[in-house]
Design a protein around this ligand. Structure first.
Ligand SMILES: *[C@@H]1O[C@H](CO)[C@@H](O)[C@H](O)[C@H]1NC(C)=O
Ligand SMILES: *[C@@H]1O[C@H](CO)[C@@H](O)[C@H](O)[C@H]1NC(C)=O
Ligand SMILES: *[C@@H]1O[C@H](CO)[C@@H](O)[C@H](O)[C@H]1NC(C)=O
Length: 271
């Protein structure tokens, strides 16, 4: 027999869901999620789904993964292996080679990678090795293997491999017979965990000319297309008062692992 408690819980659950989707509808253009804290990254700057961030036209070429939230590490690839790094899962290996290497434009620590193949049998016969940037004082370059044991099938053709490194990685090599049916390699550069989090700063600049914004939250507003014009910069950049040592603080709403910091300064326009 269905107790009244169960019935009440059910009603609460449904209310929760419908409230969430109402809230999500109110996100401003380019944002999604329950707290409107995620930025859309669709191809051609198309709008994303306000609830789950999905893009009907696919991800912008700098992004991939769930809801296009992961920055794609940029790699150098020879013309002959363009099928591997063109972010097009429909172009695949022509079946000539069982080893291919891509070089990272800028060495970074790895976190996770995504492999896409055109037949499911290829997923478990591809191995991912990486070459670390050598420390000239203590040891040279080292080749290590990603622990394929920590991996998750997204579907029959897509495998996500956890491959967290502390070392900077210079290149990634795929090996094995699975490479004969390989279509894409995506290397994650992580996601921006600072967006719209709680911030504060020691003081606020009150420049001449009525540029009165410069508040701490503007450093995590997701805007990096910084205009030259000071009036507009004051609406998307932070600035503490001149002359006093400044500090800026961010408090995460939940604990996260931070692997890198990207800081964008104002362009030198007038100042
Ligand atoms: C995978 O793609 C390659 C290159 O387009 C093609 O030669 C091969 O037949 C495809 N394999 C399968 C199982 O679709
Ligand atoms: C990969 O897995 C498939 C089943 O999912 C299996 O038939 C095949 O033998 C496996 N290949 C290797 C190399 O382990
Ligand atoms: C801003 O100024 C720099 C250097 O003066 C110039 O290269 C750049 O194109 C300008 N950008 C915009 C958006 O006006």
């Amino acid at each position: 027999m269905l107790s009244t408690n169960v019935l009440f819980n059910l009603i609460f659950l449904l209310m929760g869901i419908s409230q969430n989707s109402c809230q999500a509808e109110t996100c401003s253009s380019g944002w999604f999620g329950p707290a409107c804290q995620y930025q859309c990254h669709c191809a051609g700057s198309a709008p994303c789904d306000k609830v789950d961030g999905s893009c009907s036209s696919g991800c912008h070429h700098d992004w991939f993964g769930p809801a296009c939230q992961y920055a794609l590490v940029s790699v150098r690839s020879e013309p002959w292996d363009a099928w591997l790094t063109d972010s097009d899962d429909a172009t695949c290996s022509s079946g000539k080679s069982t080893s291919v290497t891509v070089t990272l434009d800028t060495p970074v620590p790895l976190s996770w990678l995504r492999l896409v193949v055109n037949h499911t049998d290829y997923l478990n016969s591809t191995y991912v090795n990486y070459l670390t940037v050598g420390d000239s004082l203590t040891h040279g370059h080292e080749t290590r293997r990603c622990p394929n044991a920590y991996s998750a099938k997204v579907d029959n053709l897509i495998l996500d491999i956890d491959c967290a490194t502390t070392d900077l990685v210079q290149s990634v090599t795929l090996e094995g017979s699975g490479l004969l049916g390989m279509c894409s390699l995506y290397i994650s550069g992580g996601r921006n965990v600072a967006l719209r989090e709680s911030t504060s700063q020691s003081s606020k600049y009150n420049g001449e000319g009525g540029h009165k914004f410069w508040t701490s939250d503007l450093a995590v507003d997701g805007r990096i297309d910084i205009p030259n014009d000071t009036e507009f910069q004051s609406r998307t950049c932070t600035h503490t008062a001149v002359g006093s040592p400044g500090s800026w603080t961010l408090v995460f709403s939940k604990p996260v692992y931070v692997t890198s910091f990207l800081i964008f300064n104002r362009r030198h326009g007038k100042w």
